[in-house]
Design a protein around this ligand. Structure first.
Ligand code: SF4
Ligand code: SF4
Ligand code: SF4
Ligand code: FES
Length: 971
C-alpha cells in the first residue's frame, strides 16, 4: 500500500512532491486517510482528495484539460472520465472525491473512445497550425491529443468556428488569441482564485461562449493587473507571453528569487541559450506557491537594457567627463582616494551604505569592509529610511527584530488588520493570499488615511476602514488598546504566563486612562469613536487576529512608538506564538530583512549584536583578525550632516539611490556635492551616481549567486542565470576594494561568505547553501534547536524571556498643517513601478504609470479651482515641486498623496528631514504642504533637467548608451 501525504502549508519545501508536476486538483489537508485502488494499485490519501489527484500521486496519468492543482475542480472538459466499480457511467475524476474501498479504472476501450470524441470536438474548432504555433512543444492540448491517440477529425473545419477571432495584443507582455481558446475556463478561475482580481468572465452560452476581459474590453482597458496567472493557466496558445512568441520556447531553466519586493517569490528563469525568455513563478516557492505579480513575472527587461553601466569609470570632479578604465584601475583609484581621505581627515571621515536590493552575502561584505578595512562603524542601509523602527520596536518589546509568522499563516487568521500598508500594490502576491482568506470569511480592518484597494474588492467591502489623519497612528493604536483593556478583551492567561508583570501593569494603568478612549481621541484621529470600538472588538474577540503593517507605520516621527503599540496590542490579546496571529512587518524591498540581519546598521554587527558588547566584538575580531571600533558609527542622515559640515569626505554606496530615495533632496544633493570621493556601484547612472567620482558596474539579481531574506525571515537562494555584464558579481567588487585597501578577503563563492555569517551569527548558525538546496528555503532562527528553521516565532517564550509592554504616549508630529501649509502630503507606491523606478521605468511597466501625479480630494481641488490634469505646485517648508493633478476621493479632505517613482517628479524635494525619535527613519508620511495651480516646472526641476543632461553628456559613449533620465514630470 502506498501512503501519500499532501504537503501542508507549514511544511518547508514541497517534500515528497514534484513542484514541476501538476497533480490535477488542490491538496486536501484532512488528517483522515482513505484507501482505494486505481488500476490495481492500492493507495491511501487524505479524505477529500480527488480521484484525479490520487491517481497522479500513484504515478497514473489521467488526461485532463480544465483541471490544474492550483484551481478548484471544475469538471467541464470530461477528458478525465474514469470507470468506478459499482457506479454507472464515467464520472469526471477531477470532481469525484475518493471513498474508502473505491476501485477505479482509468484506461479501457470505452474511456479511450470517449476521450477521443471529446478531443475531436475541441480540435474541430482549433487551428491546426501546431508547427508554427508558439506553444509548439509545450502545449497541453497537443499533449492530450497525443495521449488519447487522436488520429482524425471527422467534423471538418467548414462549419461555424472561431478561427478568425481577433487577437487582443493590447497588453505589452502577453497576447490573447481567441481563435485558439477551448473555453476551459482555467484563465477565469486563475484570475478569481489565484489572483483575486475577477477581471475575466465567460461571455455568452454554448457555442458562443468566449473569454472576455471586463465588458468585452481589451485586456489593457479591463481590471486586469497583468499578474500573468491566466497566461500560466492556459493549456493552449490562447494566452501567451509575447517574449515566447518572439524568441520561441525556452530550453533550460534556473530557479531563483525575485529581486523586487519583500514577498520573495521564487521563479524559474527560463532560458534559451544566454537569453532570458520567460520568468515562470515556481510552485515549489514557499512564499508564492507558483504565483507572481506583473513586476516579477514580466518586468525583467531592464537587465539587458542599453542604459546598463558596462565598464568601470573614474573622474576627479563631477564636472569632468567619465574615463573608462579597467576594473583594476577603478578599484585602485577608489582605494587611493579612500586612503588619502583618511590620512587627511581621519579614520571616521569615510563610510559605506549597503543596499536592501543586494544579497545577504554582498551586504555582509560591505559592512565588513567598513568595519574591518575602513576601521570604523560608519555603515548604514536603506532600511534606515523604511523599517528601522520595526527593528527597534519589535526588539524592545518581543526581543527580535523580525515579523513573527509565515505568509501562509494568514490562512488561519479570523481577523486581519492592515495598518499603513497597501498590499495589492506593494506586496501583490501576499495580497492575493490575503484576499483568498477574506473570501473565506475573515474580517478585515484597514487603518490608513487612504481607501486602499483591499477595501474596494468585493470580498473586502464589509471591512472596517479607519481613515485616520496622517501622523495620528499612536493615538489610534492607544484607543484600540484602551477598548481591549476596558471592555475585558485581554488574554489574561497569556499576559500572566508570557509577559513581564511590572511593564504590563505600568502600561495597563496608562492605557486605561480615559484620555486614550476612542471618544477622547476622535478629534485627533478624525475617526468616529464607535467605528474604532467596532474594530477593537473585531480584533480582540476573534480566535486568531493578525496584524500586517507597512511604511505607513514606520515612516513617522513616532514610527518606533507605533511598532511598540502594535506589539502591545498583540501581547494583550495573546495573538502571538501560533499560526493565524502575530505582528508582521511587510518589508518593502526584496532584502530589507536581510540587510538588517547582516549588520548594516552602525550600532549592530550581524544578527543584531551590539558593537558595544566586548564578547560580541571578540568573536568577530577573532575571525576577522582585526580590531573593531566599539563606538556606533554614523547613520545616513548623520553622514549627510557631517559631509555638509566638512568632517565626512568619502562614501561607498552599493546599489542604493540615496539622491532620489532619501528625504529633503536638496539637503542630500548638498551633502553628496560636498564629498571628495563618492564611489557608486550600481546597474544604471542613477541620481546618486551623477555626483560620483568612481562608477563601478553592478550586477542584476540574474547575474549573481547569493541569498535574499524575505519579510517572513525566509532565506531563499538567488542563482546566477546569466553572466554579469561587466564580468564581476557585486561581492567580488567589494572584495577587490577591500584587498586594495590592504584588508585581505578571499572568498571563492558566496556560499563561503554564508558559512562565515553562520559561524558568527547565532540565528544563522544552522544555515548553509547545502541545507538551502535540500530544504528549498529556511526561515531563521536556524540553529541547533531549530535545525530546519522557525516558521512561527515566540511559540513558547520570547528571546528576552518575557514580553515587555511599552508605554506609548502619543506626541503630535511637529509637521502639522497650518495656514501656510494647510494640506498633509503622504506618499506611497503603485503596483507597476518599484521604488525609485530605476528598473521598472526601463520596462513596459511604464505604460501603466509614466509619471507621478498628485492625488487630491475633490473638495480641496474645488477650493483651489483645480481640475484633473492641471499642473500643481506643491510647496513644503523645505522645497517645491510640480506634479499633475488627479482628483480622487480615496483620501480624506485635507490629505494629498503621491508616488516617488520618477526622479524628475521631485517628490522628496518636498519631504522634510523630520524623523523617528529612536531611529531617524524619515517622516515621509507626513509633510505639511500647500498646493496651487502653476504653469511651469519648479526651480529644482529646471535644475534637475540641466544637471541630468550634463551628466549624460559626461558619460563616456562607449561605456553605455544611456539616455537622459525620464523627467516626465517636466514634459
Ligand atoms: S484562454 Fe486558455 S485558459 Fe482561458 S478558456 Fe481559453 S483555453 Fe482555457
Ligand atoms: S493577468 Fe492576472 S489579473 Fe489579468 S486577467 Fe490574467 S489573471 Fe486576471
Ligand atoms: S510579489 Fe514581489 S517578490 Fe513576488 S513577483 Fe511581485 S515583486 Fe516579485
Ligand atoms: S479535467 Fe476533469 S473535467 Fe476537465
Amino acid at each position: 500500500m502506498l501512503h501519500y501525504y499532501d504537503p501542508n502549508k507549514s511544511d518547508p519545501g514541497t517534500r515528497g512532491l514534484n513542484p514541476d508536476m501538476d497533480y490535477g486538483t488542490p491538496p486536501s489537508t484532512s488528517a483522515t486517510l482513505v484507501s482505494l485502488s486505481i488500476d490495481g494499485t492500492d493507495i491511501s490519501v487524505p479524505e477529500g482528495t480527488s480521484v484525479l489527484r490520487a491517481a497522479a500521486l500513484a504515478g497514473i496519468n489521467i488526461p485532463k484539460l480544465c483541471a490544474s492543482d492550483n484551481l478548484e475542480a471544475f469538471g467541464s472538459c470530461r477528458l478525465c472520465a474514469v470507470a468506478i466499480e459499482g457506479r454507472r457511467g464515467y464520472p469526471a475524476s477531477c470532481t469525484t472525491p475518493v471513498t474508502e474501498g473505491m476501485a477505479v479504472t482509468t484506461q479501457n476501450g470505452k474511456l479511450a473512445k470517449l476521450r477521443r470524441n471529446v478531443m475531436e470536438l475541441y480540435i474541430s474548432d482549433h487551428p491546426l497550425d501546431c508547427l508554427t504555433c508558439p506553444a509548439n512543444g509545450n502545449c497541453e492540448l497537443q499533449d492530450v491529443a497525443g495521449a488519447v491517440g487522436l488520429r482524425e477529425v471527422r467534423y471538418g473545419f467548414e462549419g461555424e468556428n472561431h478561427l478568425d477571432a481577433e487577437v487582443d495584443d493590447s497588453n505589452p507582455y502577453f497576447s490573447f488569441d481567441p481563435g485558439k481558446c477551448i473555453v476551459c475556463s482555467r484563465c477565469v478561475r486563475a484570475c478569481e482564485e489565484v489572483q483575486g482580481t475577477f477581471a475575466l468572465t465567460i461571455d455568452g452560452r454554448g457555442f458562443d461562449s468566449r473569454v472576455s476581459a471586463g465588458q468585452n474590453d481589451p485586456f489593457m482597458d479591463s481590471e486586469c493587473v497583468s499578474c500573468g496567472a491566466c497566461v500560466q493557466a492556459c493549456p493552449t496558445a490562447t494566452l501567451m507571453e509575447k517574449s515566447v512568441i518572439d524568441a520561441g520556447q525556452p530550453g533550460h531553466s534556473v530557479v531563483t528569487t525575485c529581486a523586487y519586493c519583500g514577498v520573495g517569490c521564487s521563479f524559474k528563469a527560463e532560458m534559451k541559450g544566454g537569453q532570458l525568455v520567460r520568468m515562470v513563478p515556481y510552485k515549489g516557492g514557499e512564499a508564492n506557491h507558483g504565483h507572481s505579480c506583473v513586476k516579477g513575472r514580466f518586468a525583467f527587461g531592464y537587465a539587458t537594457h542599453k542604459d546598463r553601466i558596462r565598464e568601470p569609470m573614474i573622474r576627479d570632479s563631477i564636472n569632468d567627463p567619465w574615463q573608462v578604465v579597467s576594473w583594476g584601475d577603478a578599484i585602485g583609484f577608489a582605494a587611493k582616494k579612500l586612503k588619502a581621505t583618511q590620512a587627511r581627515y581621519g579614520r571616521e571621515s569615510i563610510g559605506g551604505i549597503t543596499s536592501s536590493r543586494c544579497t545577504n552575502e554582498e551586504t555582509y561584505l560591505v559592512q565588513k569592509l567598513v568595519r574591518a578595512a575602513f576601521g570604523n562603524n560608519n555603515t548604514d542601509t536603506c532600511a534606515r529610511v523604511c523599517h528601522s523602527p520595526t527593528g527597534f520596536g519589535l526588539k524592545t518589546t518581543m526581543g527580535e527584530s523580525a515579523g513573527t509568522q509565515t505568509f501562509d499563516s494568514v490562512m488561519k487568521a479570523d481577523t486581519i488588520v492592515v495598518i499603513g500598508a497597501n498590499p495589492t500594490d506593494a506586496h501583490p502576491v501576499f495580497a492575493s493570499q490575503m484576499r483568498r482568506r477574506l473570501r473565506q470569511g475573515a474580517k478585515l480592518i484597514v487603518i490608513d488615511p487612504r481607501r486602499i484597494d483591499l477595501l474596494k474588492t468585493p470580498h473586502g467591502s464589509t471591512g472596517i476602514h479607519l481613515p485616520l489623519r496622517p501622523g495620528t497612528n499612536v493615538a489610534m493604536v492607544n484607543a484600540l488598546a484602551h477598548v481591549i483593556v476596558t471592555e475585558g478583551l485581554e488574554n489574561t492567561a497569556f499576559i500572566e504566563s508570557r509577559c513581564e508583570p511590572k511593564q504590563y501593569h505600568d502600561w495597563r494603568e496608562f492605557i486605561a486612562e480615559e484620555r486614550h478612549s476612542p471618544e477622547a481621541v476622535e478629534a485627533v484621529t478624525g475617526v468616529p469613536a464607535e467605528r474604532v470600538r467596532q474594530a477593537a472588538r473585531a480584533y480582540g474577540e476573534a480566535g486568531n487576529s493578525a496584524i500586517y503593517y507597512g511604511l505607513g507605520v514606520t515612516e513617522h516621527s513616532q514610527g518606533s512608538t507605533m511598532v511598540m503599540g502594535i506589539a502591545n496590542l498583540a501581547m494583550a490579546t495573546g495573538n502571538i506564538g501560533r499560526e493565524g496571529v502575530g505582528v508582521n512587518p511587510l518589508r518593502g524591498q526584496n532584502n530589507v530583512q536581510g540587510s538588517c540581519d547582516m549588520g548594516s546598521f552602525p550600532h549592530e554587527l550581524p544578527g543584531y549584536q551590539h558593537v558595544g558588547d566586548p564578547a560580541v566584538r571578540a568573536r568577530f575580531q577573532e575571525v576577522w583578525g582585526v580590531a573593531i571600533d566599539d563606538e556606533p558609527g554614523l547613520r545616513i542622515p548623520n553622514m549627510f550632516d557631517a559631509a555638509i559640515a566638512g568632517s565626512f569626505k568619502a562614501l561607498y554606496v552599493q546599489g542604493e539611490d540615496i539622491a532620489q530615495s532619501d528625504p529633503n533632496t536638496q539637503h542630500v544633493e548638498a551633502a553628496l556635492s560636498a564629498l571628495d570621493c563618492l564611489i557608486v556601484q550600481d546597474i544604471f547612472l542613477n541620481e546618486t551616481a551623477k555626483h560620483a567620482h568612481v562608477l563601478l558596474p553592478g550586477a542584476t539579481f540574474l547575474e549573481k549567486n547569493g541569498t535574499f531574506t524575505n519579510a517572513e525571515r525566509r532565506i531563499n537562494r538567488v542563482r546566477k542565470v546569466m553572466a554579469p555584464v561587466a564580468g564581476m558579481e557585486d561581492w567580488e567588487v567589494t572584495m577587490a576594494l577591500s584587498n586594495a585597501l590592504g584588508y585581505p578577503m578571499d572568498y571563492k563563492h558566496p556560499s563561503e561568505i554564508m558559512d562565515e555569517i553562520a559561524r558568527l551569527t547565532p540565528t544563522f548558525a544552522g544555515v548553509s547553501y547545502d541545507k538551502l538546496e535540500k530544504l528549498g528555503s529556511i526561515q531563521w532562527p536556524c540553529d541547533e534547536e531549530h535545525p530546519e528553521g522557525t516558521p512561527t516565532m515566540h511559540t513558547l517564550d520570547f528571546p528576552i524571556g518575557k514580553g515587555r509592554f511599552a508605554v506609548t504616549e502619543y506626541v503630535a508630529s511637529e509637521e502639522k498643517s497650518n495656514r501656510k501649509f494647510p494640506l498633509l502630503l503622504t506618499t506611497g507606491r503603485i503596483l507597476s513601478q518599484y521604488n525609485v523606478g530605476a528598473q521598472t521605468r526601463r520596462t513596459a511597466n511604464s505604460q501603466w504609470h509614466d509619471e507621478d501625479v498628485l492625488e487630491i480630494h475633490p473638495s480641496d481641488a474645488e477650493l483651489r479651482g483645480i481640475r484633473e490634469g492641471d499642473w500643481l505646485g506643491i510647496s513644503s517648508r523645505v522645497g517645491q515641486t510640480v506634479l499633475r493633478a488627479r482628483i480622487s476621493d480615496r483620501m480624506l479632505p485635507g490629505v494629498v498623496w503621491t508616488t516617488f517613482h520618477h526622479p524628475g517628479s521631485g517628490a522628496n524635494v518636498i519631504t522634510t528631514d523630520s524623523s523617528d525619535w529612536a531611529t531617524n527613519c524619515p517622516e515621509y508620511k507626513v509633510t505639511a504642504v500647500q498646493v496651487e495651480k502653476v504653469s511651469q516646472p519648479s526651480a529644482w526641476q529646471r535644475h534637475f533637467e540641466q544637471f541630468d543632461q550634463r551628466q549624460h553628456q559626461l558619460l563616456a559613449p562607449s561605456a553605455s548608451q544611456t539616455e537622459p533620465s525620464d523627467a516626465s514630470a517636466l514634459k
